[in-house]
Design a protein around this ligand. Structure first.
Ligand code: SF4
Length: 490
């Protein structure tokens, strides 16, 4: 974001802090909610700093003028500390930092993600819980740590529209054009509440970590607030909102933010698509109003790296980007569980992956189906759980290593590695043989157990070793391509 030379070039000394600056600071210090107000302005300063190169230049040359010309009620001394590259390290070491900076830092607070993750992990259904843990083991070896740490792996998500009206050129989930809305009529409202009750029954409190948008913008649906209220009344949490159209109807946006806060939602998000949009958002909403709204700065000037998935990936491919220039992140998916579309009454069982030719949207689709009411949805979900979320290896399962893993035979076992992780299974000649058989990938668990049985190794021992590998997520569970997919690949 900035370097030491730049930091040193910003002169926040008393020579630059004019009387005018000090007067304004005094006024602010006398206000009721000094720390919250100040942290919301620090947040706004950072948004402007990140998204707007002209502002950055102004800060280098005339910091106080830049700050006050944008109406930012910030203490230049605190900003100086904030722009210190050691700020985060400094605060992590427990050194004293101003309370307003601490409040602002909460926006980057890992604890928030950790709490959501703990909640998301508290799944009632044991097979679902174990399946989700195996998916997390898979993504841990496939993603960079910063991405893995940020992934909630929420067990459910709902689309309340078909498509999205925004059509961002970088959309990682390739949202189609908006074509239909799930309206809150009597029939749909009943179905919605029935679906929420069913999900609560299956997942327990973990269901509350879901949200009501995916390849959709929540504000495309005029009844979004009604659906969110039901979500809150059934699951006990008001869902987080992320919208790219906060300016479409500012009064509605304000009411939604108010409702959301009243019902205990900690944080919402606006996607900012251009600098012009950022200017308008800052004009329309005060810093205090957006104190608990994270701005996702997607404008070109912010240089935010877009995940190489969906439309961004298609564009990269058209531009002939080679692998070395591509972003490390190949997904924005954060759901390991059920993705519903309420318009066409469909559900998919998904989990994040780096986008590739088979999974161009950055998530694996393990299963999918449609439903017409809560009764047949229950049958469908139970079938998906039964088919995809076994607790242990079944005799008829074909055993192989996943395609993202590199296998290497060792003198006393085998090694599996990806760019980010290496696993060794060794200290037993039996493991070397087992690794070779799994690497070949043409035998079922039952066949492998029978083979070793001939050499005096009990099937119980073989199943227990296979289950250990299974729990570590290093056995292939990717859905086999359907015949139609295989034909396309040829
Ligand atoms: S990125 Fe979000 S707002 Fe943009 S097209 Fe995709 S779903 Fe819609």
């Amino acid at each position: 974001m900035f370097n030491q030379t730049q930091k040193n070039s910003i002169d926040f000394s008393s020579k630059v802090i004019t009387h005018d600056c000090n007067d304004k600071l005094l006024n602010l210090e006398n206000s009721d909610n000094y720390e919250t107000v100040q942290s919301s302005h620090i947040k706004r300063f950072m948004e402007r700093w990140t998204a707007d190169p002209d502002f950055r230049n102004q800060v280098y040359t005339e910091p106080c003028k830049a700050i006050f010309s944008y109406g930012l009620k910030v203490d230049p001394e605190e900003i100086r500390q904030l722009l210190d590259i050691n700020f985060f390290e400094h605060s992590e070491k427990g050194n004293t930092i101003p309370k307003s900076l601490k409040l602002w830092q909460k926006f980057f607070d890992k604890n928030r993600t950790d709490t959501a993750m703990k909640f998301a992990a508290s799944i009632n259904e044991p097979r679902f819980k174990a399946w989700r843990e195996r998916q997390i083991a898979r993504t841990t070896r496939q993603f960079k740590k910063w991405l893995q740490d940020a992934l909630i792996h929420a067990p459910v998500c709902f689309e309340l529209s078909k498509g999205c009206s925004i059509q961002c050129s970088f959309c990682a989930v390739s949202a189609p054009r908006l074509s239909n809305i799930f309206t809150y009529n009597q029939e749909n409202a009943k179905l919605w509440r029935d679906v929420l009750e069913l999900i609560k029954q299956i997942l327990g409190p973990a269901a509350s970590t879901g949200c009501c948008y995916w390849a959709t913008d929540p504000l495309d649906n005029l009844d979004y607030e009604k659906f969110s209220n039901d979500f809150h009344s059934v699951l006990g949490v008001f869902p987080q909102t992320t919208t790219a159209q906060p300016l479409k109807d500012p009064d509605r946006t304000r009411s939604l933010l108010k409702l959301s806060r009243q019902k205990g939602c900690q944080l919402n998000r606006f996607s900012i698509l251009s600098l012009k949009m950022l200017n308008k958002v800052h004009e329309e909403f005060s810093a205090e109003e957006l104190a608990f709204v994270k701005l996702e700065l997607q404008n070109d000037e912010a240089n935010t790296i877009k995940a190489n998935a969906g439309r961004a990936r298609e564009r990269n491919q058209k531009n002939g980007e080679n692998n070395n220039n591509l972003p490390e992140q190949g997904t924005i998916a954060c759901v390991t569980g059920f993705l519903f579309n309420m318009v066409d009454r469909s559900v998919k069982l998904i989990s994040p992956c780096n986008a590739d030719d088979r999974w161009p949207l950055g998530y694996i689709i393990y299963d999918e189906g449609t439903f017409s009411n809560a009764d047949d949805l229950e049958i469908l979900l139970k079938k998906m759980i039964g088919n995809n979320m076994t607790l242990t290896i079944r005799p008829g399962d074909l055993i192989s290593f996943p395609r993202d893993i590199e296998y290497k035979s060792l003198p006393d076992g085998f090694q599996l590695s990806t760019k980010f992780k290496t696993f060794k299974f060794h200290n037993d000649l039996y493991l070397r043989e087992l690794g070779q058989i799994i690497h070949k990938g043409d035998k079922t668990a039952e066949e492998i157990a029978s083979l070793f049985d001939l050499y005096g190794i009990s099937p119980t021992h073989t199943y227990s070793t296979l289950n250990l590998l299974f729990d570590k997520g290093v056995l292939d569970d990717e859905p086999k391509p359907k015949v139609s997919e295989r034909l396309v690949q040829k």
